[in-house]
Design a protein around this ligand. Sequence first.
Ligand code: Z5A
Length: 212
Amino acid sequence: MSCRRGALIVLEGVDKAGKTTQCKKLVYALQKNGRAAEMMRFPDRTTQIGQLISSYLEKKNNLEDHTIHLLFSANRWELVPLMKKKLEQGITLVVDRYAFSGVAFTSAKPDFSLEWCKNPDVGLPKPDLVMFLQLNPSVAAERGEFGTERYETSAFQRSVQQRFEQLMKDPSVNWKVIDAARSIEVVHSDIKVLCENIINTSENLPIGELWK
Ligand code: Z5A
């Protein structure tokens, strides 16, 4: 690696926790401070696989549960060469959802184990930091109605939250829980401090492999 690499930073959380809002603000703030930073999101609905996922989420097609899980994972793998290239060029990637959403959402369905759900994502670039935006469902409800996409019901979101809690027990991942019930600016300033630190500490380290 000829230059210091960028950091891989992921924001996770349940519906309406503010992930997209905070990813955008973070990228803007990092760029303003002279850092190379870009946002990515999963699913990336722009690829062919992403379009299949998007029509599934919009309930325009039905896919068997294992199949859609593998497609979400394939959507991440198809972006790995680009992610690695950018990280090696010194660009910090701020990612809105990643493999943790993949596992939490599928394993919230009946008859799916956490282990089975993790397998296809084993070996993905490992995030240097995963921030979980913690938000009570009653506060989330005050942020507006659920949309009409698949999974957007409060009962399912509660199961997803429980699965995230199981994933956060894994010490091999650098989880930080952020209280997302506070104002956008207060949440942002906490996130910014954590990220400035992790960018500095990861720049000389190799990119890790998730769950390996
Ligand atoms: N999925 C999966 O099954 N498997 C996978 O592998 C992956 C994903 C990667 C993708 O949805 C769906 O795919 C998702 C998981 C599943 N299904 N669900 N549910 P998406 O990524 O396209 O959209 P989303 O993730 O569902 O967006 P979101 O969760 O609804 O929103 P958010 O990004 O967390 O929040 P936001 O858009 O930034 O903010 C929501 C609103 O709250 C907005 O009006 C903000 O202005 C407001 N807001 C934000 N922060 C605050 C604070 N601090 N105070 C007050 N109001 C706030």
